[in-house]
Every structure is written in structure tokens, then in C-alpha cells.
Design a binder for this molecule. Structure first.
Ligand SMILES: [Zn+2]
Length: 288
């Protein structure tokens, strides 16, 4: 079995902090040479690196995941993110974190997910929203299987007559905004996936010295495993090795769609868990 030693894991963790959990095709190729292994073994070998980004104050159970984008040949880390003193339903699971990371960075076709532990039912359902769900390979430390095997007789977007899929949805055309936003936030807003509630929504977290972090709304046909834009952005912050306390936040902006707003409560709930009294600027958008 291909494994990185503790020193290599530390080095890869430092790299991942800077790249926010992104490994390019060229970097993966170099790492495969280092370990003399195939891609599948490398993705599994990166799992301990992914798990170092877990923030699990409730369970103390660190989960790591790696999403592989077949089109770019790049890989994206993910880790679970828990919020103290908030409902457990707000937790970001590692599989969600990795898929979210890949999606925010432009991945179009996730063909494989490596995970430290068997995916829970919630994550099986979340992954079923992907455009690649039917052929998605699931790589566990001691088992390779497919999502379709782990989630037979699945309930998915087709049951709700939704022809869109996560990572393969059409962009919303924003026609007006209640206040100006950055071009990057606008880009992420247009790319949000909200076929069920119609609340095209995205978040920008500006920090003093660690750059900007973005999150997009990713809905699910079963509704509950949907990932809110604030959870999405906070997961990205965690993959940079930061907690919200460390990030020195200067501004948080949440854009929602006029008439369909549904994100204020969840955004404030997850932020409240940090006890930092952060204010959110709410902006509404119209789109066609
Ligand atoms: Zn899960």
C-alpha cells in the first residue's frame, strides 16, 4: 500500500494550506513518482493529509476525502467541519467539503471520491446529485466500489423533474443587484446550484491577510443534504488551515435571490457558533 511518511504528510499539509486543498495534475504526477504508485493509490495516500483539515469539536472524528476531476486531472481535498453549540444537521461532511472545493475551483466531472471511512447515507445522497453519480467510483481504504452500489433505488433530481445536475448546471443570468459586489462573488453567484428553492445564493468572506473565500449554495433533491453558501465558504476557510477566529475577517457578504431568500438563519447559526459577533451584509439579486 502506498503511504506517505509523517514528514511527507506535514509537507503536503503545508502545500495544501496554500493551495486550499488543490493538487494539480502535474503535482499528482510528481507524487505518484515519489510513491511509485497508480492514481487510485495516490488518492488514498492523500487521505491522511485531507483529514488534517478536519475541525471536529463535537465528534473528534476526523474525516478526510479527495475528489478527483477527470477533465482537469486535478484533485481536491475535503474534511469535516463541525459547529459547536449548533444543530448537528449543520455539520459539513468531508465528502461535501471535497466536492464543494472541486466545484468552486471549476471541476466539471468528478469521477472518483476517495474517503477515509464509508460514506454516511447523507453523503451518498449528496453525491447522487452530481452529474457523474451513475458512474462515480468510491475508494475506501479497504474497498473500491461505486455510488450506484452503495445507493440502490436512489431518489434523485429526476424524481423532481430536474434536468440540472451539480457541477453541470446552467449559469444564472443576474439582471440586477441591490448593492455592488465583487466580480468574483458575482461569478460564484451565477454558478450556484439551487434548482429546488430558486434561491441562487453565494457568500464572500474577506480577511485581512489571508485573501477572500467564496461559497455557493448546492442544493439536493432530498433537500436535507443541501450545502448552504455560508457552510461552503467556511469549509474553504478550513481547507486553508484556518479557523474563523484566525482568519481576521473584515467583511462577510451574502447574496440571495429576491423573493426566494432562505439563507439568513443558517448563515447566522453557523457564524454564532464561533462567538465572534460578525456582521453579515445581505444583498439581493434578481436573475433570469
Ligand atoms: Zn457523511
Amino acid at each position: 500500500m502506498a503511504v506517505f511518511n509523517p514528514q511527507q504528510i506535514k509537507q503536503l499539509q503545508e502545500h495544501a494550506k496554500l493551495s486550499r486543498g488543490h493538487f494539480s495534475k502535474a503535482q499528482l504526477s510528481d507524487l505518484r513518482k515519489q510513491l511509485d504508485c497508480n492514481l487510485e493509490s495516490l488518492l488514498k495516500a492523500l487521505l491522511p493529509v485531507a483529514a488534517t483539515f478536519s475541525q471536529a469539536p463535537i465528534s473528534h472524528f476526523n474525516v478526510g476525502a479527495v475528489a478527483y476531476d477527470k477533465i482537469s486531472g486535478d484533485a481536491y481535498l475535503g474534511a469535516n467541519l463541525e459547529f459547536s453549540h449548533q444543530a448537528l444537521s449543520l455539520v459539513v461532511h468531508a465528502e461535501q467539503s471535497a466536492i464543494n472545493n472541486a466545484w468552486l475551483n471549476g471541476a466539471k466531472e468528478i469521477s472518483a471520491m476517495a474517503i477515509t471511512d464509508a460514506p454516511c447515507g447523507y453523503c451518498r445522497q449528496f453525491m447522487n446529485e452530481l452529474s457523474t453519480a451513475q458512474a462515480l467510483n468510491i475508494m475506501l481504504p479497504s474497498l473500491n466500489t461505486q455510488l450506484s452500489t452503495l445507493l440502490p433505488s436512489a431518489f434523485g433530481p429526476q424524481e423532481l423533474d430536474n434536468s440540472e445536475r451539480l457541477l453541470a448546471s446552467s449559469e444564472a443570468q443576474i439582471t440586477s443587484l441591490s448593492s455592488e459586489i465583487s466580480e468574483s462573488l458575482k461569478f460564484h453567484l451565477q454558478s450556484a446550484y439551487a434548482p429546488y428553492s430558486k434561491n441562487i445564493s453565494a457568500v464572500e468572506i474577506c480577511t485581512v491577510s489571508s485573501g477572500r473565500f467564496y461559497g455557493r449554495y448546492a442544493e439536493n433533491a432530498a433537500y436535507s443534504p443541501s450545502l448552504s453558501p455560508m457552510q461552503s465558504a467556511l469549509s474553504q476557510l478550513a481547507l486553508a488551515g484556518l479557523t474563523l477566529e484566525q482568519a481576521e475577517v473584515s467583511r462577510i457578504t451574502l447574496v440571495q435571490s429576491e423573493g426566494f431568500e432562505n439563507q439568513k438563519a443558517v448563515a447566522e447559526a453557523v457564524l454564532d457558533s464561533y462567538g465572534l459577533d460578525l456582521q453579515v451584509e445581505y444583498i439581493t439579486a434578481k436573475y433570469v
